[in-house]
Ligand binder design. Structure first.
Ligand code: ADE
Ligand code: ZN
Length: 347
């Protein structure tokens, strides 16, 4: 057990969570499209939606598993056609990140969701990148992009996407693997990830959200990923838990997502506290905040309320988010110093 370091009472936790600087390492930018923006973009672009109103769309957000969510999530993304649409979507998220004191975010995007509808890769990445640049200058928020391959598609399709992305190599820092996990093991993408490693890209993959611990092991051993997205099912394999703890592999955990997608029945059953007790480098993230009921601080607050987490856990989670981020050591140290100063003010 980690010794208690901060004598900060529980009633101060909401203010502490708000005030502490933090990094977000697992969010899909297409999952930040709020129903209001979906309807506004549909109207702007003349796209027909199968829901009559914002309220009707929001009412459809009752998911039973990952696939039931993905079906609606891909339909929502159909309103994105122009560079400005991608910019507006990312900017709306970055304003929310700023409000939650997220000082650094590594945003996933799914190019195949757009290129398969005829939207050029260039349109997607330029719109997103201009929002990232604007966040730096106007908000002081550092934002970078991680390109995800859709795992329900083929490795060949992933290679094609990588080829389209290469002229924009300087606009993204890494690649990830998302979409339907069951039946699509990491090893399906072994060659494309090997190529991305050669290109010097950072590597991450969703594993152990709905899929078994074996998928986490193959993400590590076959894909050579640096972080595991979700990874909550690692607890089913004690040897894997020991390995993740020993290696200091970060898990980008998404509590509200896990409840909405029925990975856990209710927040009291979530294993975030257990992961921390095992010494795992867990972080808190919002995944698809517009669909799962909350951005970063709402994820922290919901988790803290139901899992008996305290100020020490808040510190560990925020510190982990910086340590696991893909920035240089000096930048990490600067943010950790800001985190320390925040906790010193509250103590
Ligand atoms: N794409 C968007 N959100 C996802 C999630 N939680 N798991 C897998 N793919 C996703
Ligand atoms: Zn995700």
């Amino acid at each position: 057990m980690t010794p208690t370091r901060f004598a900060i009472s529980r009633d101060k936790l909401p203010a502490l969570v708000q005030a502490m600087p933090k990094a977000e390492l697992h969010m899909h930018i297409e999952g930040s499209l709020e129903p209001e923006l979906i309807f506004a973009l549909a109207q702007r672009n003349g796209v027909a939606l199968s829901y009559p109103s914002v309220e009707a769309l929001r009412a459809a957000y009752a998911f039973t598993d990952l696939q039931s969510f993905l079906d609606i999530y891909y339909a929502g993304a159909s309103v994105l056609l122009k560079e400005q649409d991608f910019h507006d979507m990312a900017w709306a998220y970055l304003l929310k990140a700023k409000a939650d004191n997220v000082v650094h975010t590594e945003m996933f995007f799914d190019p195949q969701t757009h290129t398969d509808r005829g939207v050029p890769f260039e349109v997607v990445i330029k719109g997103l990148k201009s929002a990232c640049d604007r966040a730096k200058t106007e908000l002081g928020v550092s934002a970078s992009l991680i390109m995800c391959f859709l795992r329900h598609l083929s490795e060949e399709a992933a290679f094609k996407t990588l080829e389209e992305a290469l002229p924009f190599r300087q606009h993204f820092i890494g690649v990830g693997l998302d979409s339907s996990e069951r039946g699509h093991p990491p090893e399906k993408f072994a060659r494309v990830f090997a190529k991305c490693k050669e290109l010097g890209l950072h590597l991450v993959a969703h594993a152990g959200e709905e899929g078994p611990p074996a998928y986490i092991i193959s993400a590590l051993d076959v894909l050579n990923v640096e972080r595991i997205d979700h990874g909550v099912r690692c607890v089913e394999d004690p040897a894997l838990v020991q390995r993740l703890a020993r290696q200091g592999t970060a898990l980008t955990v998404c509590p509200l997502s896990n409840i909405k997608l029925c990975v856990f029945k209710k927040m009291e059953d979530h294993n975030l506290k257990t992961l921390l007790q095992h010494g795992l480098k867990a972080t808190v993230n919002s995944d698809d905040p517009a669909y799962f009921g909350g951005y970063m601080n709402q994820n922290f607050l919901a988790t803290f309320a139901d899992l008996d987490l305290d100020a020490d856990d808040a510190y560990t989670l925020a510190r982990n988010s910086f340590e696991a981020s893909f920035v240089d050591a000096q930048t990490k140290a600067g943010w950790i110093a800001q985190l320390d100063a925040t906790f010193a003010r509250f103590a």
